[in-house]
Design a protein around this ligand. Structure first.
Ligand SMILES: Cc1ncc(COP(=O)(O)O)c(C=O)c1O
Length: 348
């Protein structure tokens, strides 16, 4: 299949990923959640939609001629999507990555045609993002004509989520949404979904979920193991009006919830989805009103995390296994369990 950019419409990113119903039991209460399974996008994550939005906006600004090199920082998912779509357009893609990139993701990136440029220097927050962005700027300024989609500042990022996943959620639920939980990194997904739902379902509560150590939702930066969510820079898109609640979750909580979901249901999801489940559990343990129809936007599946979150050896090397197992035991003591209740729109 060849994508002609002039033929690309926003609806191409309307991938209509399924919603799966899951029942969560904890501390003597039950919460039903709908998991929007973005792993069913062609390149395995929600960033497929983001990549289409970004490429489309670049093309509108100046046509993306075949042979163009696209350079973008990625922790994996956006890179997979950009690499594949760039190939379809006859362009090439350089993924600016860091040593936290799981080997499996590096292999997948190469397999879909990405060239990898690795940065090794930590930024001032102990992460790598600012170093990666510095490298991207250098590569785009070296006179070779390389172009940068800039997922951190390009409003095509939130716009694609406003126009696609939000519309799907409204259609799939018939507008019956009481709460939506979204994990944040650039903040594009949350900003786009929030702006749509604030209009369409003003009563819906928007939950922002971040990893501890990230500065998106706090000012206390420290190194963390989680990839995909969290950031060492503030979101250019998010304003306080975009969310009603902020939940900050540790790496250990997110990993433990990923693993418990897998044990109970066989469904393996990425770390940010584990963070969403951990946030729901924390919310159940506090005095917040129960949301009847709660949607969790799950950005990706567990495939890229088999050699990290789901690997005891990897956790042991990072001194995290005992804490993750301890967290699982703690939650199980309070009756934590998951059960799949079936799909909502017949696609699973
Ligand atoms: C694993 C993961 N978690 C969370 C997100 C949400 O990211 P953003 O805030 O950049 O929209 C993404 C985006 O792709 C992701 O890949």
């Amino acid at each position: 299949m060849t994508i002609s950019m002039d033929g690309v419409r926003l609806t191409d990113a309307c991938t209509r990923t399924p919603l799966a119903g899951v029942r969560l039991r904890y501390r003597g209460t039950e919460q039903h959640v709908l998991l929007k399974l973005e792993l069913h996008n062609p390149t395995g994550s929600i960033k497929y939609r983001t990549a289409i939005g970004l490429l489309y906006s670049m093309h509108r600004e100046r046509p993306l001629a075949p042979g163009t090199t696209i350079v973008e920082s990625t922790s994996g998912n956006l890179g997979l999507a950009l690499a594949w779509l760039a190939g379809e357009l006859g362009c090439s893609y350089v993924a600016v990555v860091d040593p936290k990139l799981p080997q499996r993701t590096a292999a997948r990136l190469r397999a879909v045609g990405a060239e990898l440029a690795m940065v090794h220097e930590h930024d001032e927050y102990g992460g790598y993002l600012l170093s990666r962005l510095h490298k991207v700027r250098q590569m785009c300024a070296d006179g070779t004509g390389a172009r940068w989609p800039n997922q951190y500042e390009n409003y095509a990022n939130p716009a694609i989520h406003y126009n696609t996943i939000s519309v799907e959620l409204l259609a799939q639920t018939g507008g019956r949404i009481d709460a939506v939980a979204v994990a944040v990194s650039t903040g594009g997904t949350l900003a786009g979904i929030s702006e749509c739902l604030r209009r369409a379902v003003p009563s819906a509560r928007l939950l922002a979920v971040d990893v501890m150590g990230s500065v998106v939702m706090s000012d206390r930066a420290h190194p963390h193991l989680m990839t995909g969510i969290g950031s060492t820079r503030k979101s250019s898109f998010l304003r306080p009006s975009h969310y009603d609640e902020v939940w900050r979750v540790s790496d250990v909580e997110a990993f433990a919830y990923c693993r418990m979901l897998a044990q109970d249901t066989g469904l393996t999801l990425g770390g940010s989805s584990g963070a969403l489940l951990a946030a729901v559990a924390k919310r159940l343990g506090s005095n917040y009103p129960r949301a009847r129809n709660a949607v969790l936007v799950c950005p990706d599946g567990g495939e890229n995390y088999q050699d990290t979150i789901y690997d005891d050896g990897w956790l042991t090397q990072r001194d995290a296994l005992d804490s993750v197992l301890g967290m699982e035991r703690y939650a199980r003591t309070y009756g934590m369990s998951f059960a799949v209740e079936g799909d909502v729109d017949g696609r699973l």
